[in-house]
Design a protein around this ligand. Structure first.
Ligand code: SF4
Ligand code: SF4
Length: 351
């Protein structure tokens, strides 16, 4: 793996060159407490000192509202025209948990179901990951197989160093992004970048406020669909859906048509949430998840079991956003700990 070092001045020049040559989507602080990813027009707009963005960057591959295609009728025929024509985009400065979130989304849209809209964006997107330099109160990526300096899945991995940034090349697409502006980079001949990253990883490992043990949880849930525990949780849940909208791995959506004249229009999709009662309501009125109990159970089974069943990946990357934003403090780390407790109790021999 090739590694390079770039000074802070050259980083600025590099980013401004990337903005000129590509669409660069990077973390931006919109208000004092809200950070999110959006296209930027200059280096000065970017906030590389953020911890974790309020809203996950998944929307750049799976937009909150997305036009899929236009339709119009002529000569008694329905004609379709693609709405999505993405150019090459660089998602710059993603934290490792959000890269892992994208890796968890990939098989959903590029597996049994081939989703051309997601794939078009994904194939045209280069992921530049930025190692964390501190750990937030709600972070638990290290319990979910990730870590604050683990850039697996990215094309380039950046590590902040004393006088600049280290850049490790993880894919050929990443290499191209360096080679194109090679005069800005110095080759890291003595592995300073990986040593700095390792030291940062060790330092941050001790900063997590909570570590959870997910071993055996999926296997326990395989055997225990009905648990009184879900009723208790449902009594607290408001069904607001915030947890699903900010989650980097949630991917429910709804599809709708808009056609003011009945002859032409657009088909779009927008995020939906399994926490909403109408999400599974059928045309005849039947709802297989009629109460909050079934809905909250579905959300956590998706995170801890279904995603692993389907794709052999966890449906949670430990970003902590849902813990941070849930208005009634429902905490997936506590749910994992509670399920461990229930599982232990379940395995006690009956006396
Ligand atoms: S954010 Fe909390 S209250 Fe709202 S739906 Fe999710 S778990 Fe329920
Ligand atoms: S379930 Fe919560 S902690 Fe896990 S990835 Fe989604 S938002 Fe992050």
């Amino acid at each position: 793996m090739n590694a390079y070092i770039i000074t802070r001045d050259n980083l600025r020049t590099w980013i401004d060159a990337l903005i000129r040559d590509y669409t660069l989507v990077a973390p931006v602080r919109e208000e004092e407490k809200v950070s999110l990813f959006k296209p930027v027009g200059s280096f000065t707009e970017i906030d590389l000192n953020y911890t974790n963005s309020t809203i996950s960057p998944k929307g750049w591959l799976f937009p909150q509202t997305e036009e899929m295609f236009f339709f119009f009728t002529s000569d008694n025929q329905v004609n379709l025209e693609d709405a999505c024509k993405p150019g090459t985009t660089i998602l710059f400065g993603l934290r490792p948990c959000d890269v892992k979130g994208i890796i968890a989304l990939d098989p959903v849209f590029n597996g049994t179901y081939q989703d051309c809209y997601y794939q078009m964006r994904r194939q045209n997107t280069i992921l530049v990951c930025l190692c964390c330099t501190r750990v937030e109160r709600h972070c638990f990526c290290n319990s979910m197989g990730g870590g604050p300096t683990n850039g697996e899945g990215a094309d380039l991995l950046l590590t902040e160093m004393e006088n600049g940034y280290g850049i490790e090349v993880l894919t050929s697409r990443g290499e191209e992004l360096v080679n194109k502006y090679h005069q800005l980079f110095a080759v890291d001949g003595d592995n300073r970048v990986s040593k700095t990253r390792d030291e940062m990883g060790k330092k941050l490992a001790s900063q997590f406020s909570r570590k959870v043990d997910i071993s055996g949880i999926k296997e326990f849930l395989d055997q225990h669909f009905e648990l009184p525990y879900w009723n208790e949780l449902a009594q607290r849940c408001l069904g607001c859906g915030i947890c699903t909208f900010i989650c980097p791995t949630c991917h429910c959506f709804d599809i709708f048509d808009q056609s003011p004249d009945g002859e032409s229009g657009v088909r779009s999709r927008c995020w939906d949430s399994c926490m909403f009662s109408h999400f599974t309501r059928m045309a005849g009125g039947h709802n297989p998840r009629p109460t909050k109990k079934e809905r909250i159970r579905n959300r956590f089974l998706h995170k801890l079991k279904y995603h692993r069943d389907r794709y052999n990946l966890d449906g949670c990357v430990g970003c902590g956003r849902c813990i941070n934003k849930c208005p009634v403090n429902i905490d997936i780390r506590q749910i994992i700990a509670d399920l461990q407790e229930v599982a232990r109790y379940d395995q006690l021999p009956l006396s």
